[in-house]
Design a protein around this ligand. Sequence first.
Ligand code: C2E
Ligand code: CA
Ligand code: CA
Ligand code: CA
Length: 279
Amino acid sequence: AKENQGNTYEFYNYKMSEQMDKNIEIEHKLKHALEKREFILHYQPKVDIKTNKITGLEALVRWKCPEKGLIYPNNFIPVAEETGLIKKLDEHILELSCLQIKEWINEGLNPPNISINISGKTFYENDFLDRLESILEDTEVSYESISIEITETAAMKDKKYTYKILEQIRSKGIKILLDDFGKGYSSLSYLKDFPIDVLKIDKSFVDNICYNNIDSSITRAIIDMAKALKLKVLAEGVETEEQLRLLDNFSCEEYQGYLFSKPLPVEKIEIMLTKNTEK
Ligand code: C2E
Ligand code: CA
Ligand code: CA
Ligand code: CA
């Protein structure tokens, strides 16, 4: 038995170091990709339910890997978070978004507000606010041009700290979206005077609103509560007309989802933006 335990121990040890080797390898590749500027952004429109007009864009990162093609964030963001590379990556994405806004302005396009996803890891770095400010100053983009998306779960890790930082960010004119809302199961009372602008209802609720009474009740309750707190509500992951109609009935104001558009590369989103202003 003793020998077996020894083997088991060694086996786990081996497995663990194998995973660690893998992460070190991915970390190395991500670092290289950052240096080579292989990350690009796709943009998904946010849409006003009543007017069907684009009200903003969400920047979503993709890795344009020369060997493997386009890699989606679920395949590298978690490793970037584990290895601490996420800070550099998020800052890079922030910069790319600002440069894109500037380019669109120079081209005479009137770009809508762009929201950027910030990992909880990055948000809790003590120089996040400084970095945010210097990126906006360096790229000469106004604070009102961008928004920050932070997940409910990340925001709840340290409410006091989050409150303080979000308030400072918001005082500059940057809007705050609470992402994946409803998934964190946090108590709702804290929202009463939390410095945020928009609740993004998590896709997992939207997925089932047409079939599941509980999910539709929760969605309706979130929207009603947001209204009472004078927050905007945006539903994410809307794929069908039925979902949209129900959300409209619930007085949800904005949505995102494949029904209107998938996240699109720059060239395609430019065409869409041109049409949006013509109409
Ligand atoms: P998220 O912030 O909740 O973004 C929404 C995800 O749902 C996106 O996946 C989007 O493409 C997808 N989506 C939007 N509408 C629909 C729909 O109607 N149906 C379905 N099935 N999916 C839809 P994506 O781009 O693969 O991003 C996944 C996650 O990776 C994001 O979830 C976010 O947590 C993270 N992420 C993406 N870009 C960044 C980034 O620049 N920085 C950080 N820190 N995280 C990012
Ligand atoms: Ca998001
Ligand atoms: Ca989300
Ligand atoms: Ca989500």
